[in-house]
Every structure is written in structure tokens, then in C-alpha cells.
Design a protein around this ligand. Structure first.
Ligand code: GLN
Length: 245
């Protein structure tokens, strides 16, 4: 078995070590002796979606998102939409999450039209939503407690056909209003949680990998356990700090 991963715009959308999610997926696949190939695709480079099982998009500021608009307006935006329709697996963080949605209206009134691969939209607020935070994913997305870090001014609202990735336990999540966090639609996993998402939350990492393997190979044995002592102690420390700190 093998997964082929595409890291989209790694040089543009690369906040807070979001790339660590790629390292974590690679390490957890290799530990199970499952093959993994990782390619990068950035501005001006053609994207062959048929090659890939899993796409990763990190976060970026409004400026970086704007830089990508022209590249997405060509065939790449259409190809990403097709890959989502085709139930390829996506993990998208913050700016990358917003970019999969319909549009982002910034707080000073300008609007970026994004690719509309998932039915969500984002409205900028003057006050940023920043800090360590925590949410519980829905049973359809592993049903685990996720500890993470968010930093965004965009408030994202989910369309009727889009489920949240989870519900906020501490912090802001999608918009600080409806307690939802992230989005789950087809095989898109989208979240505001930056950098240490998968390293500190191995259950979600395995769930995403399992989803990609099942889609590719139809049936697939559940991934065997790994020694997650360090990962779990980092997770549990943050969970305790957020609950009682
Ligand atoms: N530019 C977006 C916002 O501030 C995304 C930021 C990010 O990816 N951290 O809402």
C-alpha cells in the first residue's frame, strides 16, 4: 500500500510550521510500512490531481491568500474542486481552509472570491481570534479532543450541507459565535488549528490516513497502534492547561 500526498503552495501558505503535519503523516505511514510519496505544487506549476490521494494546504495571511487568486482562477481551482468532488482527502488549515470556501470579505470591505470547493464563507472581523484552543471532533471525524493554536481575523460560517469538524471546548473556532470548529464535507478535513495539529493529535492523523487508504483500496485493515507516549503527554499537558490553567 502507498499514499501519494500533494503539498499545495508550500512556499506561500506556510505559517507556524504547518509543514509539520506532512512530516507527521509520513512518519506514521512509514512506521506501518506503508509507502508514501510527497510532491509539492506551487504557483505556475501544473497539478495532476489523478496522481494524488491526499492534499495538504497550510495557512497564510490575507496578503498571501491574495497572491494565490490568479493561480487558482486558472485550471488549478477547477482541478481542486474536482478532487474534492471525487472525495479525495484534503487537510486544510486556516487560510487554506478559507480558500476552499466561497469567498472572504475582509474587515476593511474588500472581497476575495475563492474556489467554492466547499460551501463555507468567511467574513473578516477587526479583532483577531488568537490563542491556544481546544475542540472535540464529531464521531464522523474520529471523536477525539484536539488541542491546537488559532490566529485568524476571518469568521467562517458553514453552509447547510457542510458539517463542522468539531465543537469548541475552549477558544473561538470558526467564528466565536456558534461553537463550531472547522469543516467536514466529503473527505475534506478543514480546521483553524495551526502547526502542531497532527503531531499533538495522533488520533486525528490516523483517522485522516485511514480515510485516504480506505478510499484508495476500498477495504483496508485498521491502522495498528504506535507508541504515542510522547505525543499523548504533549496533548494531555495542553488539555489540562486549557481546562484548568
Ligand atoms: N488571513 C486569514 C485570517 O486572518 C487566515 C490567517 C491564517 O491562516 N492564520 O483570517
Amino acid at each position: 500500500m502507498e499514499l501519494h500526498i500533494c503539498h499545495l503552495y508550500p512556499d506561500i501558505l506556510n505559517l507556524y510550521g504547518d509543514r509539520g503535519n506532512i512530516f507527521t503523516m509520513k512518519r506514521r505511514l512509514e512506521a506501518r510500512r506503508i509507502g508514501v510519496q510527497i510532491d509539492e505544487c506551487s504557483i505556475g506549476q501544473p497539478l495532476d490531481i489523478d496522481k494524488y490521494d491526499l492534499f495538504f494546504i497550510g495557512g497564510g495571511q490575507d496578503f498571501e491568500q491574495e497572491v494565490l487568486l490568479r493561480d487558482l482562477a486558472g485550471s488549478k481551482g477547477r482541478d481542486i474542486r474536482t478532487a474534492v468532488e471525487d472525495e479525495k482527502v484534503f487537510l486544510a488549515i486556516c487560510g487554506g481552509y478559507q480558500m476552499l470556501g466561497q469567498y472572504y470579505k475582509t474587515w476593511d470591505g474588500s472581497q476575495m472570491d475563492f474556489i467554492g470547493a466547499i460551501n463555507v464563507h468567511t467574513i473578516g472581523a477587526k479583532e483577531r481570534m488568537i490563542g491556544n484552543y481546544m475542540f472535540r471532533t464529531t464521531p464522523e471525524s474520529s471523536g477525539s479532543v484536539i488541542v491546537g493554536f488559532e490566529n485568524h481575523s476571518g469568521k467562517t460560517y458553514l453552509g447547510e450541507d457542510v458539517a463542522p469538524l468539531g465543537m469548541v471546548l475552549k477558544g473561538f473556532g470558526n467564528n466565536g459565535e456558534d461553537h463550531t470548529e472547522g469543516a467536514r464535507c466529503k473527505n475534506v478535513f478543514a480546521t483553524y488549528s495551526h502547526g502542531p495539529l497532527l503531531p499533538k493529535n495522533p488520533a486525528l492523523c490516523d483517522f485522516i490516513l485511514q480515510t485516504a487508504l480506505e478510499r484508495k483500496y476500498d477495504t483496508c485493515e485498521p491502522l495498528g497502534p504506535l507508541d504515542d507516549t510522547l505525543e499523548n503527554s504533549a496533548h494531555d499537558y495542553m488539555e489540562h492547561r486549557l481546562m484548568h490553567g
